[in-house]
Ligand binder design. Structure first.
Ligand SMILES: Nc1nc2c(c(=O)[nH]1)N[C@H]1C(S)=C(S)[C@@H](COP(=O)(O)OP(=O)(O)OC[C@H]3O[C@@H](n4cnc5c(=O)[nH]c(N)nc54)[C@H](O)[C@@H]3O)O[C@H]1N2
Ligand SMILES: Nc1nc2c(c(=O)[nH]1)N[C@H]1C(S)=C(S)[C@@H](COP(=O)(O)OP(=O)(O)OC[C@H]3O[C@@H](n4cnc5c(=O)[nH]c(N)nc54)[C@H](O)[C@@H]3O)O[C@H]1N2
Ligand SMILES: [Mo]
Length: 710
């Protein structure tokens, strides 16, 4: 009897409960978390869940989303069998078919598309789930298409790109040894509660916080020693103004810059234009506060900074703004040293766990050569240079315009068309396809457009590999049978690869073989061993990096230095991009008088994650209706009371939502969460309001107007 079983018996003395407690993980959230779950299973059903004590990700706790797992996996709209569309696209009429039949139809149509238009006419797309992506990518390459792409066309990748430009690889804060933490667009209280707990602990230990956010948040209230509240997307200007004060006052590390930083002179010259004459007009932050920020940085020399996956980059100037914030680390000598930012190579699925894997080898060793450029490559050349996968923000355009070539088929896992700016255009593009397969747990609005829908299973119904920071690794086993005929995504990909007899033996060997050969073999541990352990097992030693180790060795940039001025961009003048982190306004060109407000969307709320929990009753009950936050003074001027209906309009369209009056956001801003079918904020956005450096959408800065709706 293990400890947990003892606890159960203890809870119900003298009774044989028939309950088994099994370990699994929550994958509702990002791979950066994946908390451990005890699933209480009775008669093949999960009847209760709780966090696993001692688990490195969550140590017994679960957040509002994690606690939703039971209602999530048993959502009524779970797809139970493969389906073939019988009605119009979007109508939702389907008939069940067998897996064999589904594979046959898919294989025929994919091959047909390849024969008629070339392999590149088939795009392979993954929504927010990440755990199967390696196999999907290899499938795409084995099929011969360059068009693998995913939700990361709008999440995190711009951050990696900013890091690749500056330092060749991704950085990570050494918060443990910092005097000051630069929490720029940082509110882990809603997006990652473990991060919030750690920040609170460091606060209590005396670390200072400079919080920069467009809204007042729990982080600005609980953590900030200084809080700056710039207008949305004006962060680059603000960072430059802070840099300018640091440089003018000599509060920079000249020796470090001399040795390790490239492009300082031109950068210093450039930022000198952000000063007391213009900074308040540009950002809404007073010059006094800019100086106060510089003073705080000067007084607390060891400074690290959060890595922002979304809000900083969700602007048409996002990547440049990111580079501007990172520059503060470089000029104060806070990159590659204790208490600052260190390079942290990705272990798996872009999460740094402190040890290396050969994931990239698996991903790229079969990449086809001499294919056409992936979708988005011409429009976003820097993206293409650094990432080489499809920039999915250009997908709807290419499907509809059929330029530079036709994309006629999409094979998708977990596609959410509402993720794309101008989501209406993405739905239109789906209609334009010859053939569309979507694989999901639920019958979503997007799946309704598919010709074939495949039922995927949840993390409770599958086994999955997972590494954790500190050198830990785990491999879960299913805790219940799949719902209906659902299969795990990796099983689907592998079976289809075998059915189509794709020329990739490794892919056909499946997921476990990939994990074993490309990850675990290097650490002398087997999948079978990891499946048996109760808690994630330490498989690798993780050593703290030496100060300036990477810099002394030379970074993986063209100059070997931290680049304030990008030599990659410098060498490609034909891209029309700036090598320095130049600043430009984030806003679109809509007429300011007609559209006097700015819509920012997506700031995380604790009870939802994108589209996937809006249909889960407990979570929905915490915020039953799509609700926009607006400043109380703006509401007064518009004659709005709490929970009135408002119509938010942009050049692209309008939606109706409830209004919430608040002081947490400044006047002129409208803040709304995304992913709702009935009030889709991305419907309001222009599909061309994108960052030319990264291709990222400007979810957080679109001009809009607001009217009361009776
Ligand atoms: N306005 C606005 N839009 C945004 C953002 C924002 O801040 N503002 N944020 C952006 C960001 S950062 C992100 S990451 C994206 C989120 O990207 P999305 O892809 O929109 O994320 P989800 O809504 O979770 O949708 C993914 C789909 O995958 C399905 N799914 C879940 N688990 C599995 C699985 O194991 N297998 C399969 N096959 N399917 C599964 C879900 O049911 C869902 O239908 O949204 C972006 N969209
Ligand atoms: N509960 C919950 N947790 C999540 C998610 C979720 O949907 N729900 N999504 C997951 C995913 S995919 C991601 S990418 C992460 C994102 O994680 P975070 O980056 O933490 O997400 P946000 O809450 O969007 O942004 C953080 C803060 O940035 C501020 N902000 C927005 N725009 C700007 C700006 O232009 N400048 C500045 N300085 N601040 C700005 C917001 O007001 C917010 O308080 O969260 C993950 N965790
Ligand atoms: Mo994200």
């Amino acid at each position: 009897m293990n400890d947990l079983e003892k606890r159960i018996k203890a809870k119900i003395p003298g009774k044989d409960t028939g309950i088994e407690i099994k370990h699994t993980m929550c994958d509702i959230c990002s791979p950066g978390m994946h908390c451990g779950i005890n699933a209480y299973v009775k008669d093949g059903k999960v009847i209760k869940i709780e966090g696993i004590d001692g688990h490195p990700a969550n140590d017994g706790k679960l957040c509002t989303k994690g606690l939703a797992n039971r209602q999530y996996i048993y959502r009524e709209d779970r797809i139970k069998t493969p389906l073939r569309r019988t009605g119009e696209r979007g109508e939702g009429k389907f008939e069940p078919i067998s897996w064999e039949e589904a594979y046959k139809v898919i294989a025929e149509n994919l091959n047909q598309s390849k024969e008629t238009y070339g392999a590149e006419s088939v795009a392979f797309y993954s929504g927010y789930s990440k755990w199967y992506r390696q196999l999907l990518r290899r499938f795409c390459y084995a099929f011969g298409s360059p068009n693998y792409g995913c939700e990361s066309s709008a999440c995190y990748t711009a951050t990696f790109m900013a890091w690749k430009l500056a330092a060749g690889e991704q950085g990570e804060p050494d918060m443990e040894h910092s005097d000051l933490f630069l929490g720029w667009a940082f509110n882990p209280f809603y997006s990652s509660y473990r991060g919030a707990q750690y920040a609170m602990m460091r606060k209590e230990q005396g670390m200072k916080f400079l919080i920069v956010d467009t809204r007042k948040t729990p982080a600005s209230e609980k953590l900030a020693d200084l809080f700056l509240q710039p207008r949305t997307g004006t962060d680059g200007a603000l960072a430059h103004a802070i840099a300018n004060v640091l440089i003018q006052r000599g509060w920079i590390d000249k020796e470090y810059i001399e040795k390790y930083v490239y492009g300082f002179e031109e950068y210093a010259e450039y930022v000198s234009q952000f000063d007391e004459t213009n900074i308040e007009a540009l950002t809404g932050v007073s010059y006094e506060q800019v100086v106060a920020a510089a003073e705080l940085i000067h007084e607390n020399p060891k400074m690290s900074c959060n890595e922002s996956s979304a809000p900083l980059c969700h602007h048409r100037n996002g990547l440049q703004n990111y580079r501007a914030v990172m520059a503060l680390l470089a000029i104060t000598g806070n990159f590659d040293c204790k208490g600052g930012q260190f390079l942290s190579p990705h272990t798996y699925m872009h999460v740094g766990c402190g040890f290396k894997t050969r994931e990239e080898e698996y991903l790229y060793e079969t990449k086809p050569q001499n294919t056409r450029l992936p979708v988005g490559a011409i429009r976003f050349p820097l993206w293409n240079y650094l990432e080489g996968e499809m920039q999915a923000m250009d997908l709807s355009r290419q499907i509809l315009e059929e330029s530079p070539y036709k994309v006629k088929t999409i094979f998708a896992l977990g596609m959410n068309a509402r993720m794309f700016p101008d989501s209406g255009k993405m739905f239109q593009a789906l209609k334009h396809l010859d053939f569309f397969v979507d694989t999901d747990l639920f019958m979503t609005d997007t799946a309704k457009y598919a010709d074939i829908v495949l039922p995927a299973c949840s993390s409770f119904e599958r086994g999955e590999f997972k590494p954790y920071p500190g050198g830990f690794a785990w491999y879960t086993s299913p805790v219940i049978e799949p719902i209906g005929q659902a299969k795990s995504d990796v099983q689907i990909i592998t079976e289809l690869a075998r059915y189509m007899n794709l020329p990739d033996e490794q892919l056909k060997e499946g997921y476990e073989s990939f994990v074993q050969k490309y990850i675990l073999d290097d650490y002398n541990v087997t999948v079978e061993e990891l499946k048996k352990v109760e808690l994630p097992k330490k498989i690798a030693e993780v050593n703290f990096p030496e100060d300036y180790g990477d810099l002394k060795h030379g970074l993986k940039t063209m100059t070997g230095k931290f680049e304030l001025k990008s030599s990659i961009i410098e060498q490609h003048p034909e891209w029309g991009l700036d090598a320095l982190p130049t600043y430009k306004s984030p806003l679109d060109d809509a007429d300011e008088e007609a559209y006097p407000f700015v819509l920012t969307s997506g700031s995380r709320i604790p009870n939802a994650i994108h589209s996937r929990l809006h249909g889960v009753p407990n979570n929905r009950s915490l915020r039953p209706e799509p609700t926009a936050d607006m400043n109380s003074l703006d509401c007064e001027q518009l004659g709005l009371k709490e929970h009135d209906n408002i119509k938010i309009s942009t050049l692209r369209g309008s939606i109706v939502v409830k209004v919430h009056l608040t002081q947490t956001i400044p006047q002129g801003l409208v803040n709304l969460y995304h992913g709702y079918s009935e009030a889709d904020t991305n419907k309001l956005m222009d599909s061309n309001h994108l960052d030319p450096y990264s291709g990222f959408p400007a979810y957080r800065s679109t001009r809009c107007m607001v009217e009361k709706k009776e």
